[in-house]
Design a protein around this ligand. Structure first.
Ligand code: ADP
Ligand code: 5GP
Length: 203
């Protein structure tokens, strides 16, 4: 059978919902999936590694990436800039890998405009109360930052509803179930008629 091309998988959802946690579990289940490491101007959290979690860059370096069109999309989130390096994503997709982006709604909008066949997923916690618990429990953000992220979460819920491009919602109650659901989405997407119809002319 002809090799399938790689798909872009976009995961959005409020900070603290558990995207990184669920993505890590999903990556363990899937060989043909890679994670796009974003550039950011925010400081690393304890335990985060440059080049693995993010590329930590200065505002000047980030602006240069924007000017030279090195980013597929970019946006500001609670006072910091975030963006997806374009070349890595396009190269890996060409190699047949599925590429996963963990990005907020404004960036997702830019990606969808450029690549409308991306798989668009919104991941939420079971409740906003639980979101607050997770942000506090993570212990990496100041009280002020947590307040900002909770406010932004509410704004993102209405942005996601208005955007109209998200196809799936994952409710991250149990992270293992959430990863399984995500895995099931990717499997179903791979089985789409449009993805596999070339076999009909090969046999
Ligand atoms: P995000 O990447 O969306 O900002 P994280 O993956 O960093 O979120 O998760 C935020 C916090 O919530 C972390 O401390 C993580 O261990 C915890 N967490 C993630 N998923 C769950 C879950 N299903 N139940 C309870 N805690 C969770
Ligand atoms: P955090 O600071 O909690 O790691 O991330 C804050 C928000 O930025 C999250 O919603 C995350 O999805 C988003 N984000 C991370 N990388 C990117 C990126 O490259 N582009 C955009 N638009 N958002 C990103």
């Amino acid at each position: 059978m002809t090799e399938q091309r790689g798909r872009l998988v976009v995961i959005s959802g409020p900070s603290g919902a558990g995207k990184s946690t669920v993505i890590a579990r999903l990556m363990q289940r899937r060989q043909n999936l890679c994670f796009s490491v974003s550039a950011t101007t925010r400081d690393p959290r304890p335990g985060e590694v440059d080049g693995k979690d993010y590329f930590y860059v200065t505002r000047e370096a980030f602006d240069r990436m924007v000017e030279t069109d090195a980013l597929l999309e970019h946006a500001e989130y609670v006072g910091n800039c975030y963006g997806t390096p374009r070349d890595y994503v396009l190269q890996r997709m060409e190699e047949g890998m599925h590429v996963l982006l963990d990005i907020e709604v404004q960036g997702a909008k830019q990606v969808y405009a450029k690549m409308p066949d991306a798989i668009m997923i919104f991941l939420v916690p079971p409740s906003l109360r639980e979101l607050k618990n997770r942000l506090c429990g993570r212990g990496t953000d100041s009280e002020e930052k947590i307040r900002g992220r909770l406010e932004r979460a509410l704004a993102e819920y209405s942005e996601a509803q208005n955007a109209g491009f998200y196809q799936y919602i994952i409710i991250n109650d149990d992270p293992e179930v959430a990863a399984l659901e995500m895995d099931a989405i990717l499997t179903a997407e791979q089985c789409r008629f449009s993805e596999r119809k070339s076999i009909l002319s090969e046999v």
